[in-house]
Unconditional design. Sequence first.
Length: 113
Amino acid sequence: MRKIFIILCIFIFSCQDKEQPKNLVPFDKMKVVLYQLMKADEYYTRSVSADTAMQLEKKNIQFYKQIFELNKVDRNDFFETLTYLQKRPIEFKELMDSTYELSKREKLQLNVH
C-alpha cells in the first residue's frame, strides 16, 4: 500500500509544470483577450452560416490578429499562458469565471441603454 502511495505521489508531482512562462500575460489582460476571442468566434460562427465566402477568407484568423494587436499581446505569449493556466485548475477556473463575469457586465450595460 505504501509503495502505491509513493508511486502516486511521484506521478502527481512529476506531472506538474513548475516553470512559469517567461512572458506570462497579466491576469486582467488575459481575461479581456480571452473574452474578445470568444466574441470573435461567436460572430464568425454566426456569419459563416449566413455567408460561406467568409469561411474561405479565414476571417477568424484576421479577427484574432486584430485582437492581439489591439491589446498589445503576443499570440505565443497568450497561448503559453493559457496552457500554463490549464495545468492549474484553480487558476484556470478563476480565469474562466472572471471572463464570464466580464460577459455578464457587458450584457447588463447593453440592456441598460
